[in-house]
Design a protein around this ligand. Sequence first.
Ligand SMILES: C[S@@+](CC[C@H](N)C(=O)[O-])C[C@H]1O[C@@H](n2cnc3c(N)ncnc32)[C@H](O)[C@@H]1O
Length: 331
Amino acid sequence: MLPFQLISPSIANQQRLRQIYISNYGILYQGDCLKLLSVLPDASVDLVFADPPFNIGKQYGEGVSDRMEAEKYLIWSQEWLSESIRVLKSGGSLFVFNLPKWCIEYGAYLNRQGMLFRHWIACRMPKAFPRGRKMSPAHYGLLYYTKGEPTVFNKIYTPIQVCRHCGGEIRDYGGHRKKLNEKGINLMDVWDGPEDVWEDASAADSDEVLWTLAEEMWTDIPPVRHRCHKKRIPNELAPIMLERIIAMASNPGHLVVDPFGGAGTTFYAAEKLQRYWIGSEIGDTEPALERLTNLANGHMEHWESARGKKKSKPQPNKLDASQLSLPFSTQ
Ligand SMILES: C[S@@+](CC[C@H](N)C(=O)[O-])C[C@H]1O[C@@H](n2cnc3c(N)ncnc32)[C@H](O)[C@@H]1O
């Protein structure tokens, strides 16, 4: 039995979870996340990533409500948060992506459940306009909790950001600058993580890329507005975000669960990074299915830049997901 085969076909049937896709690494069900979570064993999962509907009236398709009374939304959120905690192994990680308004409630609930707060990561959002007497919203919250002390925390190194016009460094690193890393030349003398992960810097046009440990402010996640053929997937996330989360909080062979699969970004990233995965999506599973099938046929997605658009580049030969090159190198 593979690590993602935790649910027998008869139990899945009883829960009305329809198997949509299966690979050597994972399984996607169409159905309600609460049904999926309820049949996963206690302490069986290494990492849960949840990107629920934000309750702002988005259209996710027939039968999916994104407009509930606030109280009802929070009660429902507590249900899937509690189940996520239950299925996590001791030391496992939970990431939840939402508006700050909901994250603050989620954080309070997770604290009460005894989860260990690690970070509130601010993910820069595209320009939004203020509504009423408010400032312009500028970030989404990405909560990072663990069930006790984390079993895995891999240090992620990202290329430092430079100005697109003049090539100058955007941030002032002050006295810390000389401690930044040139890839391949180890300027830091302490390496205490089990694995140090260097993100793909292929987009960087400078010869000398300097690296820094990932911070709590993620400004380099590109928004996903359109697919190549302009079919809009509401709230699809960029793979770099999931690759970063998965690389940071799990190791190859670990099990990742995403209850709100959407267009399958988490499953795509998990396949690339050789993690096992289980997912559910209550609405349309066609975009996730198409994406995973493309990946299995050797089509890797390429992103031009933080403002670029997604492109699919066919590979010369069909590859098994396990043969795909990782977007990271390890030191
Ligand atoms: C914000 S989107 C997730 C997007 C996803 N992270 C991606 O990158 O494509 C939320 C998704 O949760 C789905 N959803 C809503 N309620 C659900 C439920 N009870 N069980 C499973 N999926 C649900 C919606 O249909 C929607 O696709």
